[in-house]
Design a protein around this ligand. Structure first.
Ligand code: ARG
Length: 271
């Protein structure tokens, strides 16, 4: 009798534990049901690609990722860990992939694998209205704020010199813009869509953007994986599929209010 009731007690504990495990496994986005759950990392201080809306990460990258994950058949959890930690997490393989408006370049390709490109970008200059800076060349002799470890930093170093005192580096792009607003820098250099969105959404700040296609090269964003990751093939396929079936254009229009230039993107996909 006693033995039986103890057995019953064990059963109840076991059922409870199983329920708990099932509940944990089912969290996150997607439908669950035995799908593999991937850990995705980002630096959510780069609107309109990824930024925090209260506790949620929102942006073009987030909606694009969602579409690609559905297409590829994975569950995932997206975590905002910051820019430098993102690279460390992918290199150390504590995360499965990164999405963060990350430019695919040769330097990074030595350490990471990238998906096929999903977005075209270029660096751009952000200055206060009335600034005498009119081109990238005019940045020489000025104080320029950038996000540390970005292609923006690299572009400015190309103009001013590596580790130049006039380059102020910040952990994220929001801090770089704040430095500009408080007069600690004369300009910010960052991705065109990001600085353009900032100007549009903050008219009271009285900033303007300056394009310089002679000084800033076209760049393409990719999903970033640990070197040798087996996920790349699945995601390349899924990215191509969401571009082909119109999902990409739908998400693009939601965030940028216009049709994407699929011609340039598709030309890249064929390379
Ligand atoms: N595209 C640039 C780069 O890869 C800047 C990206 C910054 N992204 C971010 N989420 N802070 O270097």
């Amino acid at each position: 009798m006693k033995k039986n009731s103890f057995k019953g007690f064990l059963m109840i504990v076991l059922i409870g534990l199983l329920g708990l495990i099932a509940a944990c496994g089912g969290s996150g986005s997607g439908t669950g049901g035995g799908k593999e759950k991937l850990e995705v990392v980002t630096d959510a201080a780069y609107a309109p690609f990824e930024s925090m809306d209260g506790e949620t990460i929102v942006g073009f990258d987030v909606d694009f990722l969602d579409a690609v994950m559905k297409e590829a058949g994975y569950d995932f959890e997206l975590k905002n860990i910051g820019w430098d930690p993102l690279f460390a997490a992918i290199q150390g393989e504590t995360a499965d992939l990164g999405i963060s408006a990350i430019t695919i370049n040769d330097d990074r390709k030595q350490t990471y694998d990238f998906s096929v490109p999903y977005f075209e970008s270029r660096n751009m200059i952000l200055v206060p209205e009335g600034s005498d800076i009119k081109s990238a060349e005019d940045l020489v002799g000025k104080v320029v704020a950038v996000q540390n470890g970005t292609t923006g930093q690299e572009a400015v170093e190309g103009l001013l010199g590596q580790n130049h005192d006039d380059i102020k580096k910040f952990d994220n792009n929001v801090l770089a813009i704040m430095e500009l607003l408080k007069g600690g820098a004369d300009a910010v250099v960052a991705d065109n869509s990001v600085v353009q969105a900032y100007v549009k959404n903050n008219p009271d700040k009285k900033l303007v953007t300056i394009a310089d296609e002679d000084s800033f090269d076209p760049e393409f964003y990719g999903l970033m994986f640990p070197k040798g990751s087996e996920l790349k093939a699945d995601f390349d396929k899924a990215i191509k599929a969401v571009i082909e079936d119109g999902t990409y254009s739908k998400v693009y229009k939601e965030w940028f209010g216009e049709e994407p230039n699929l011609k340039t993107l598709k030309a890249q996909l064929e390379q």
